[in-house]
Design a protein around this ligand. Structure first.
Ligand SMILES: Cc1ncc(COP(=O)(O)O)c(C=O)c1O
Length: 396
């Protein structure tokens, strides 16, 4: 059976993480990992999560099956958090618990294939590294356009508008709701307005990928653009991940929300999504969702969580403000203070990234993506000096 099975190439980011662990240099710096870290380089369990877990331990009576939908109260509470209170009870919107944001994207991808196999999936480059594998896994045709110019550190909005004009009616545009991974470069409210108009004009469907709500400006502010789009169009997908903002990475906690043009179609979406879930994993894991439900439904826990989220956001913004003051040859760091979330992408070649690793012990994704949180306690002058040395020597 396995004679013709070829190993897949190693994931470059996992390879970077492995090399970092094996590096004996004390001054080494990990900017590759995709998780939030505090100034001590830890990714601790949030206090609100610990408290919710204690309550669950004391009060949970059973671990019997829930069903393919998972925890309905969780999906309602998360829907209200991400999309606003008015989605609760809206019979044109169907929400379902999913195993992480990845699981939600995969459910959505399979639903797209079932509903409209011709739909092409449009990704702005660069995008989150798992978007391609997820949509490839369901056999979808992926099209791309430029999202970001790393030299200018700015969004290529014209490229998105041109792609929307070129797309076929029914095509799907995957848009990062906030804190774009890997660039940190989000759309302005004016751009979101234009996006909503273009989606309507060309009859396109948005897939709003939400993995960092609360990491940019605030829980409400971060979703303003995505909500505007969600309300403007007749059909939309929203994937939500609780991995980062609740720090629940390994608990696989997410949800998919789908808007249909009427209640009957939403019902059909519901039965199809539940069928897809049942055939994949039967039902989602409970623990993370139970934690999020507990936090969101209890006032004191919710305030504690919101405070912890503000602290994570402010730490990231602090690093961004310090980075923005750096002067390094051709790299314009100033826009990094206006960008959002955990990541930035620097205009570095693969060779320059390799030299930063070999000569300075600075590890980042081969694409030049850095994790802002990894610089929390770093000496930014040394970081700038390392960048200068690889930029000068390899410029020619
Ligand atoms: C843009 C984006 N979408 C979705 C996810 C999925 O997160 P998870 O499956 O860990 O919840 C991530 C995680 O890094 C992400 O960056």
């Amino acid at each position: 059976m396995f004679e013709d099975l070829r190993p897949r190439p190693p994931d470059p980011l996992l390879d970077t993480i492995r090399q970092f662990r094996a590096d004996p240099r004390a001054s080494k710096l990990d900017l590759g990992v995709g998780v939030y870290q505090d100034a001590q380089g830890r990714t601790p369990v949030l206090r609100s999560v610990k408290d919710a877990e204690r309550r669950l331990l004391e009060t949970q009576q059973t671990k019997t099956y829930l069903g393919a939908e998972g925890d309905l109260d969780y999906a309602r509470a998360l829907g209200a958090l991400a999309l606003g209170n008015d989605v609760v009870g809206d019979d044109t919107v169907f929400g379902v618990q999913a195993p992480g944001g990845t699981g939600a994207l995969r459910l959505g991808a399979e639903l797209i294939r079932a509903a409209n196999p011709q739909a092409q999936i449009w990704l702005g480059r660069p995008s989150w590294a798992n978007h391609d594998p997820i949509f490839n896994a369901v056999g979808a045709t992926i099209r791309d356009y430029q999202h970001f110019n790393a030299e200018k550190q700015s969004v290529c909005f014209d490229s998105l508008m041109a792609a929307m004009k070129e797309a076929n009616a029914g095509d799907v545009f995957v848009l990062h709701a906030a804190c774009h991974n890997p660039t940190g470069a989000d759309f302005s409210m004016e751009e979101w307005q234009e996006i909503a108009q273009a989606l309507l004009r060309y009859r396109l469907v948005p897939f709003l990928d939400t993995a960092y709500q609360g990491f940019a400006r605030g829980l409400e502010e971060d979703m303003a653009g995505a909500r505007l789009v969600f309300r403007a169009v007749p059909e939309a997908f929203v994937s939500v991940s609780c991995s980062k903002n609740f720090g629940l990475y390994r608990e696989r906690t997410g949800a998919l929300f789908v808007r249909a043009s009427d209640a009957a179609k939403a019902d059909s979406v519901r039965s199809n999504v539940l069928g897809i879930a049942r055939a994949n994993y039967s039902m989602p894991p409970d623990h993370g969702a139970a934690i999020v439900r507990t936090i969101l439904s209890e006032t004191a826990l919710r305030s504690m969580w919101e405070e912890e989220l503000v602290a994570m956001r402010e730490s990231l913004q602090g690093v961004r403000a310090r980075l923005a003051r750096l002067r390094v040859n051709s790299i314009d760091f100033a826009p990094i203070a206006q960008q959002n979330g955990m990541f930035a992408t620097l205009p570095l070649t693969k060779a320059q990234v390799a030299r930063l690793k070999d000569e300075h012990g600075i590890y980042m994704a081969p694409s030049g993506r850095i994790n802002i949180a990894g610089l929390m306690s770093a000496d930014l002058d040394s970081f700038a000096a390392a960048l200068r040395s690889v930029l000068v020597d390899t410029a020619a």
